[in-house]
Write a protein that binds this ligand. Structure first.
Ligand code: AMP
Length: 406
């Protein structure tokens, strides 16, 4: 009979497939740390490249033809057992594979072990995420081909928000459109919101079930979530990840009439309008400088009015959501800042938290100088805590994968 492994021996491969990229980590579930990680870029394009590194810091860059996701997975698996740059003796050390899947629609409210029925349901969700779900499915199929006996789990960006109530997720449109097209708020970044909310409970030394939290995932893509008792009750991204906050290149929430107005004035097709709203708006469009908040901060310090305006809009947007979510939660124990901007941009955190004392928020400006560390940055007796918690979606995926396959 096959020997059951203890957690200390278990390694989980986490895969995150984009249309032409593939990010991976092998996580040792004993230490919860990655022992190998990397990125394949330009899959199916000229100039494909794999960048791979292991815990010792050793790094290898392989430039070779990588025509599709099967070839990418093949290359990654070969690298994982390579004598010089590998982290494993044998691929059988991989206990299970966890895949990030962007859209699970209404079908998936938690992570699932992948079987034929799940694969069919994933395909049914393609209509909702035409850019994201096909590469996710390609990655799963590639792993099934290369490691047929290894259990695989799908972890969805949308699943955490399936606890929202209809009053949160139904839009002011004819109800038939919800039934006919699945138009409703789904919410994204769920894996991150779930992870940081769990960490917040640890940091606050209180049961998650008793906490009212607002999680601010502020990266290139940004979303905010109201979390009561560990469950998402409201979130800022909607039918697509374009909704809510103004982001690096995405407009965020607009008066919907603006979309048709610009389409008419600029003669844009549906695809062009989609591309415009996703890639040419947001902080990039306002500042005219960059979509990267570091560049925008530099330009603002040099007196660039539009760069300062982009920063001001972002802080104002986040503050508005915090206020409305505190009302939805009917109270607030802590705000969590995570992702690139949330973890690193101390000025932005300070701007957002300014004049929120009515909620019991009192930032300690000294402690707030922190970057990328798990810290409570509020003053000792502040009623509502402000936490900086680096997100770790890969670990969350690995934990779900382990739980479902043990
Ligand atoms: P993410 O999507 O989570 O990788 O976050 C990317 C965003 O985080 C980019 O806009 C970066 O400019 C921003 N970011 C990263 N480090 C800093 C920093 N030290 N200060 C301000 N923004 C930062």
């Amino acid at each position: 009979m096959e020997k059951l492994k203890g957690v200390e021996e278990m390694k989980i491969l986490v895969i995150n497939c984009g249309s032409s990229s593939l990010k991976y980590q092998v996580i040792d579930m004993d230490t919860k740390n990655p022992i190998a990680k990397g990125l394949v870029e330009r899959i199916g394009l000229p100039g494909a490249v794999l960048t791979h590194s292991i815990t010792s810091g050793k790094k290898e860059v392989i430039k070779t033809e990588i025509p599709n996701h099967v070839a990418a997975i093949e290359l990654v698996l070969k690298e994982l057992v390579s004598p010089e740059y590998g982290a494993l003796q044998d691929l059988s050390e991989i206990y299970a594979i966890g895949h990030r899947v962007v859209h699970g629609g209404e079908k998936f409210s938690k992570s699932v072990v992948i079987d034929d029925e799940v694969m069919k349901a994933l395909k049914d969700c393609i209509e909702l995420a035409p850019l994201h779900n096909p590469p996710n499915i390609a990655g799963i199929k590639a792993c099934q081909k290369m490691m047929p006996g290894t259990p695989q789990v799908a972890v969805f960006d949308t699943a955490f928000h399936q606890t929202m109530k209809p009053a949160s997720y139904i839009y002011g449109l004819p109800y038939e459109y919800y039934k006919k097209y699945g138009i409703r708020k789904y919410g994204f970044h769920g894996t991150s919101h779930k992870y940081v909310s769990q960490r917040a409970a640890v940091l606050l030394k209180k049961p998650l079930q008793e906490l009212k939290l607002i999680s601010c995932h502020l990266g290139n893509g940004a979303s905010i979530s109201a979390i009561r008792g560990g469950k998402s009750i409201e979130t800022s991204m909607g039918f697509t990840p374009l909704d809510g906050l103004m982001m690096g290149t995405r407009s965020g929430t607009l008066d919907p009439a603006i979309v048709t107005y610009i389409m008419c004035r600029e003669n844009l097709s549906c695809d062009q309008a989609n591309d415009f709203l996703n890639n040419k708006c947001g902080a990039l469009g306002v500042s005219g400088v960059s979509s990267d908040f570091r560049d925008i901060e530099v330009a603002a310090k040099q007196g660039n009015f539009r760069a300062q305006l982009a920063l001001d809009i972002f802080a104002h947007d986040v503050k508005q959501f915090i206020g409305s979510y505190a009302a939805v939660l009917n109270g607030l124990d802590a705000i969590i800042f995570t992702a690139g901007v949330g973890e690193n941009a101390s000025n932005m955190r300070a701007d957002i938290c300014k004049n929120l004392d009515f909620l019991g928020i009192d930032l300690d400006l000294e402690k707030n100088k922190v970057r990328g560390e798990e810290v409570d940055v509020s003053k000792a007796n502040a009623r509502c805590r402000v936490l900086v918690i680096p997100t770790n979606e890969e670990l969350m995926i690995a934990l779900d994968t382990l739980e479902l396959t043990m």
